[in-house]
Write a protein that binds this ligand. Structure first.
Ligand SMILES: *[C@@H]1O[C@H](CO)[C@@H](O)[C@H](O)[C@H]1NC(C)=O
Ligand SMILES: *[C@@H]1O[C@H](CO)[C@@H](O)[C@H](O)[C@H]1NC(C)=O
Ligand SMILES: *[C@@H]1O[C@H](CO)[C@@H](O)[C@H](O)[C@H]1NC(C)=O
Ligand SMILES: *[C@@H]1O[C@H](CO)[C@@H](O)[C@H](O)[C@H]1NC(C)=O
Ligand SMILES: *[C@@H]1O[C@H](CO)[C@@H](O)[C@H](O)[C@H]1NC(C)=O
Ligand SMILES: *[C@@H]1O[C@H](CO)[C@@H](O)[C@H](O)[C@H]1NC(C)=O
Ligand SMILES: *[C@@H]1O[C@H](CO)[C@@H](O)[C@H](O)[C@H]1NC(C)=O
Ligand SMILES: *[C@@H]1O[C@H](CO)[C@@H](O)[C@H](O)[C@H]1NC(C)=O
Ligand SMILES: *[C@@H]1O[C@H](CO)[C@@H](O)[C@H](O)[C@H]1NC(C)=O
Ligand SMILES: *[C@@H]1O[C@H](CO)[C@@H](O)[C@H](O)[C@H]1NC(C)=O
Ligand SMILES: *[C@@H]1O[C@H](CO)[C@@H](O)[C@H](O)[C@H]1NC(C)=O
Ligand SMILES: *[C@@H]1O[C@H](CO)[C@@H](O)[C@H](O)[C@H]1NC(C)=O
Length: 732
């Protein structure tokens, strides 16, 4: 007994009874050894299940066990640098002679959720001197087991204590919701977010695919009809021609397919939402006759074409969707409840008859004795605010299934009068009103325990935490959505799974795991041996097209420009300097030394192009990211609104014919530029954005943008001159 507990203390990361991880894993050690993955050469997949799939999860495109195993091998290689690892199919399910990782399926009845029901997402991990066996209740269960192995490998320097874990999630729906309606996000961002979520065993990414900015009652009809409103799916189908006018900010079917497949490959189901009959300006801007005359962002359900139009939209896009549940929105409707309930029920039965899918809505009009009709109990409810409904009393006690999206965990990008700008993750450790302890998905109300059903209530589906873009596309860059959730996703995922990580255990674990999360580089990190990530100068003799990186990191570039006798590249508006990095996230310091001799594009001359941003030099120093131009205080958009003195930003215009240095610093909350042509006197100027607040006012906010590191100059750059050097430091 004493020896055993000494052993528990000795294993730094394994506390007796559980493995520390995010989520934590119930674990019993056996003996005092541990298995080191440094010797493992084979990953053995049980041939009985390698090429087939499950139908039990929430996706209709589930990977095979072999598919999951392949991704696991790639992840393990990336984390351990163990190139010799190979994937073997074993037809009789038996082990190879040498120690191996073996993946197989077991009995689903062995794994129970918080309500005591069988769950297909459970798994067992057996670790012994013969290797590691992962036995899943389903293929997805095996996948979650592989996440445990990866985390333990990272935390314990490649080894896992001998013993057994038997682990299963408490709730079937665990994840996040992103408002891609009021802000576009590129497919790769969404796919990388899925990789981040999956590492912590979240299984659902809900995408809110259509919405509009707040339709202020004082807007004229014309203003409402031109307000920012987007529908993000793009098709050439004639039935919905005109619904979406913004192809460059949309997902084509191929892109949406790639998003869904890539996320499913990591166990994450994309749950699509098309919003109506509220937040429906994208539909009303297409067919203005369908809007309520009193508020054009709401559909007039009694108009004979309304329900059939929304059905046409769903008929068009249902074949795109590979989830068993789809979301029809249905929140914040303020007109007739009878019409609303009819709308939801008609859509729900239409969707089921077209596709066999189930329907979800936001909690809006809970059932009441006075109503002539109620929402069908086949429709699941996503509760979001107690001023809309009481999820336990109104819905669960009436036998509706409810998903917990309580606004306790709401995030609004950049600014909100009501909600924080990053997920208040500590509430996941303290949000249980009964004991100020750990929060779980059955806790809708973090202040009043009486509003929460027992933990084992089977009508609680799980939890989804949303991020909203109330103030539109210019309020934030893509990566702001990630940074808002950086800590929130792991902290929430532990509780969504039903695990028991404590507040003081979280950060040390997160700090170790975070740098190694596979399948994503959301922070645009660039590995570097020292503080200089990249150093280019052009004073070597000859006209070589190769550009040596002097930092020692080997990020050599190349150029199509000639070298000058004065040690520079001759930029002619066509030739370019190519950099093999693409982008660098905060923090960084970038220094570009150059002379501009001629500008041919007075509004759009571009110094540098990158994966996430461009750096423009006209009309003044400007960053372009996600389709929005960001300038410093002295640039046009602010001055034009009479908010800032100074008019045009002469300081931010690079003087022609002078050799100058341009410095950019990205700190944690802002990117700044320091023009050195005035001797750096002016100091560092932050880039700003101007947010429109519901048509009532504006606010400024800092913006933080990745460094553009694909090329300097080249076609479309609109300027000529010389480039003397480019440096990138890994701090600011
Ligand atoms: C792992 O599975 C192999 C093959 O079925 C078996 O021989 C071995 O005993 C198992 N190891 C553990 C620790 O369960
Ligand atoms: C981690 O493991 C490697 C190889 O297995 C070993 O060389 C190294 O010393 C270990 N590091 C620590 C901190 O234990
Ligand atoms: C650990 O052992 C206890 C006591 O035998 C048992 O109740 C529990 O189910 C075991 N847990 C795991 C993960 O094997
Ligand atoms: C809704 O549509 C009906 C039928 O077209 C029409 O009579 C009614 O005036 C409309 N209501 C509003 C508020 O727009
Ligand atoms: C609607 O739900 C309420 C509350 O459960 C119930 O009292 C009422 O009878 C229902 N109405 C109809 C038409 O089913
Ligand atoms: C609920 O769904 C089931 C199965 O899909 C179906 O048989 C039933 O008619 C639906 N009920 C309602 C009220 O829509
Ligand atoms: C809820 O469902 C249970 C079991 O199906 C049933 O016994 C109960 O009467 C239902 N309650 C309500 C309010 O519909
Ligand atoms: C969360 O709680 C921990 C432990 O009390 C504390 O150190 C940390 O600063 C808190 N984080 C935030 C964002 O409040
Ligand atoms: C590089 O090429 C340019 C244009 O062909 C030429 O003018 C220049 O002298 C060359 N420089 C060197 C160092 O060879
Ligand atoms: C130049 O570098 C880019 C990456 O920055 C690379 O894609 C391209 O193939 C290189 N071109 C040549 C000719 O080496
Ligand atoms: C899409 O194109 C429009 C029109 O050129 C532009 O204003 C917008 O910024 C672009 N969107 C993105 C995300 O690049
Ligand atoms: C600005 O230049 C870039 C690069 O050539 C080009 O893609 C973009 O369309 C231009 N934008 C405008 C508004 O002219």
């Amino acid at each position: 007994m004493i020896l055993w507990s000494l052993w528990c203390l000795a294993v730094a990361e394994a506390v007796c009874g559980r493995l520390l991880g995010i989520p934590t894993v119930p674990f019993n050690t056996s003996g005092s050894g541990s298995y080191s993955l440094s010797g493992v050469v084979n990953m053995v997949v049980d041939g009985k299940y390698a090429a087939t799939t499950d139908t039990r999860g929430s996706t209709l495109i589930p990977p095979t066990l072999g598919d999951f195993a392949k991704t696991f091998v790639e992840d393990l290689k990336a984390i351990t640098q163990q190139e010799q690892l190979s994937l073997v199919n074993s037809n009789d399910g038996s082990a190879a002679a040498e120690p191996s990782i073996r993946l197989t399926l077991g009995n689903a009845a062995d794994y129970l959720d918080a309500a005591g029901r069988e769950t297909s997402e459970g798994y067992t991990l057996d670790v012994s001197s013969s290797g590691i066996n992962i036995t899943g209740a389903s293929r997805l269960g095996v996948w979650w087991g592989t996440r445990t192995v990866l985390q333990q490998v990272i935390l314990n320097n490649g080894s896992i204590p001998y013993g057994t874990a038997k682990d299963s999630p408490g709730w079937p729906t665990r994840g996040m919701m992103l408002d891609v309606g009021r802000h576009y996000y590129p497919p790769d961002f969404i796919i990388e977010m899925c990789a981040y979520m999956s590492f912590f065993k979240q299984n659902t990414f809900h995408l809110h695919l259509s919405d509009n900015l707040y339709n202020n009652p004082r807007y004229s009809r014309q203003q409402s009809l031109s307000l920012y409103a987007r529908f993000r799916l793009w098709t050439d189908a004639a039935d919905v021609a005109g619904l979406n006018k913004y192809k460059n900010e949309s997902f084509t079917r191929e892109e949406f397919e790639r998003i869904q497949t890539s996320c499913a490959a990591r166990g994450v189901t994309i749950l699509p939402e098309i919003e109506a009959p509220g937040h429906a300006l994208p539909i009303v801007q297409w067919k203005p006759e369908l809007g309520l005359s009193t508020d054009l962002s709401l559909l007039n359900i009694s108009h004979p074409q309304t329900i059939s139009t929304v059905k046409t939209i769903w008929k068009t896009f249902l074949p795109w969707f590979h989830s068993k549940v789809v979301h029809i929105g249905a929140d914040e409707y303020t007109a007739s409840v009878t019409d609303y309930n009819r709308f939801v029920n008609e859509l729900a039965s239409f969707i089921t008859s077209e596709s066999s899918k189930m329907t979800r809505i936001w909690g809006t009009f809970p059932p009441k004795p006075s109503y002539p009709n109620n929402i069908s109990k086949n429709v699941t409810i996503q509760h979001w605010a107690f001023f809309e409904d009481n999820p336990y009393n109104d819905y669960i006690k009436n036998n509706y299934s409810v998903l917990n999206s309580d606004d306790t965990f709401y995030v609004v990008n950049k600014y909100s009068a009501s909600y924080p700008q990053s997920l208040p993750y500590n509430k996941t450790f303290t949000g249980n009103p009964a004991n100020n302890g750990l929060w779980y998905p059955h806790i809708f109300d973090t202040k009043n325990a009486g509003n929460n059903p027992p933990r084992d209530n089977p009508l609680v589906l799980g939890s989804i935490a949303p991020l909203w873009n109330d103030y539109g596309p210019n309020a934030s860059v893509y990566s702001d959505a990630y940074y808002a959730w950086k800590f929130g996703i792991p902290a929430m995922s532990d509780k969504q799974w039903g695990a028991d990580l404590g507040i003081n255990e979280f950060m040390p674990l997160f700090d170790k795991l975070h740098p190694k999360i596979p399948g994503q580089n959301l922070e645009r990190r660039v590995a570097s041996k020292g503080e200089f990530i990249l150093q280019y100068t052009f004073d070597q003799p000859g006209n070589s097209t190769a550009v040596k990186d002097l930092s020692g990191n080997g990020y050599d570039g190349n150029t199509t420009c000639a070298r000058t006798a004065s040690g520079s590249l001759a930029m002619d508006g066509k030739c370019a300097l190519f950099i093999p990095l693409g982008s660098k996230g905060k923090t960084y310091t970038m220094t570009l030394t150059l002379t501009i001799s001629n500008v041919s594009d007075p509004t759009n001359a571009t110094l540098m192009f990158g994966r996430d941003s461009n750096l423009l030099l006209t009309p003044a120093i400007t960053l372009l990211s996600g389709g929005t131009y960001y300038r410093t205080e002295q640039s046009l958009p602010l001055a034009a609104q009479g908010q800032v003195d100074g008019g045009m930003a002469s300081k931010m215009e690079i003087p022609i014919g002078e050799k100058v240095q341009l410095l950019m610093y990205a700190r944690y909350d802002r990117t700044q530029v320091q023009p050195m042509w005035d001797g750096g006197q002016g100091g560092q100027e932050p880039f700003y954005t101007v947010l429109g607040i519901n048509g009532e006012s504006t606010r400024t906010a800092y913006i933080d943008v990745e460094a553009p590191l694909e090329r300097v100059g080249g076609p479309g750059s609109g300027w000529a001159g010389e480039v003397y050097g480019l440096d990138l430091l890994d701090h600011a």
